[in-house]
Design a binder for this molecule. Sequence first.
Ligand code: PLP
Length: 482
Amino acid sequence: MTVSLSADARLSNAGARDFALPEDEAKAAWEADRQHLLHPWTNFASFKERGSFLVSGARGVHVYDTTGRQYLDGMAGLWCVNLGYGREDIVEAIADQARRMPYFTPFVDVGSLPAADLAKEIARIAPGDLNHVFFTCGGSTANDSAVRLIHFYHALRGKKDKRRLLVQMDSYHGSTYLTHSMSGRHTARSPLLNFETEMVQTLRSPNTYRRPEGMDEAGFLDLLISEMEERILSLGADTIAAFFAEPLMGAGGVIVPPRGYHARVQGLCRKYDILYVSDEVVTGFGRLGHFFASAEHFGLEPDIIISAKGITSGYQPLGAVIYSDRMQAVLNAAPEEAWFTNGFTYSGHPVVCAAALATIRAMEAEDICGHVRENGPKFETALKSLLDIDIVGDVRGSHFMMCVEAVADQKTKELFAPKADVGHRIADHAHELGLIARSIGNLIVLSPPLIFTEDHIAETAATLREAITRTRADLKADGFLA
Ligand SMILES: Cc1ncc(COP(=O)(O)O)c(C=O)c1O
């Protein structure tokens, strides 16, 4: 089915005119941002020069800049505004709860109705026996809290030495001190910062496109599995607490592992008593056509699922550690003196939970997952048509989580020199043409709102084609392409 128009009907009529600012106000806002705000992931040299692109409003699948110019949002904000902008039902749920009771402590044995309701709803939609939830303020704090929970769990089982974490090169698990160390994108690591390298052990990236030359997919899978088992044996299984992975890597470049990868990794985890944590911060809440991709898309039975982003459609900040009955049985048997000393002032914030409850209601009422299952393959096909451009090496991903990899040579997969800045060039051209796409190195990532229609899909592919064609011409003019 296609997404019901009720989503649009609930949008107020605000648009370009309402979001445009007088020129002096726009300039003042831009200066305030540039002078006073430290953004996440700042490159100081380029920021000093370019400042920020300020977004002043958003409706449906579009965002507007301070001049009132409209852009198609190919990123759903940052992989999160899954239901699109201007949803009065979510806004109303937030306002209602803020009026009723904006906040009360969630600590120890005090709670609120929305947090209790949401925990029950998540247990209903989560796979298998994942019936328990710990709430945090986002994906990073959820992964961080999962590590604490896992250590606590193993210690209760008399296995306190089980503390190491296995992660994958290219993965992204967040930006707290620990979760940044758990993120395997070493190219994204500032040499000026410090990282945890003993507790966190990084395995080879399951990047099928960049597998060793001459190796087929099945051989690559065998290599990944044998390397993982060797690492477990050399470190000692009794020192390893958990394996963390995104079912389909997002920020690391929408990396699709070889077929059968997850099942075999899960087999190793079970063999060596290692918990399997599926980080579904991006893949969850409909992006691959299911509330959670682990079981329904990849046949996995994780011990823990991490959720954030789409769980509130980006309307409020929320993270969730969703864990199993099996783990809860161990926690329930904890001795009286054992406290799980982990938590945040805003764990289970009532207003935030109300936004998540409204998101789940809307997703089910409008069959958003069905819409993604129907239209996701059309998005894949539309983007794959770009492979006829000679600087497009790979188009990969699944449903509404896709990536285009630019290369200097399609056959050898050779990359452009970093100085060519190919990803930025493509994203900048797309921006000029009215499409927001995200560049990561030589990659262009697309994760649009899940309410994208066939028209939006066609517009995205056509705009990206033009952006890549213009980039190709620039690269030629600048001597990066023969
Ligand atoms: C897979 C994954 N895990 C964790 C995070 C961190 O989430 P947050 O930025 O909400 O802390 C992200 C953010 O992009 C992510 O993609």
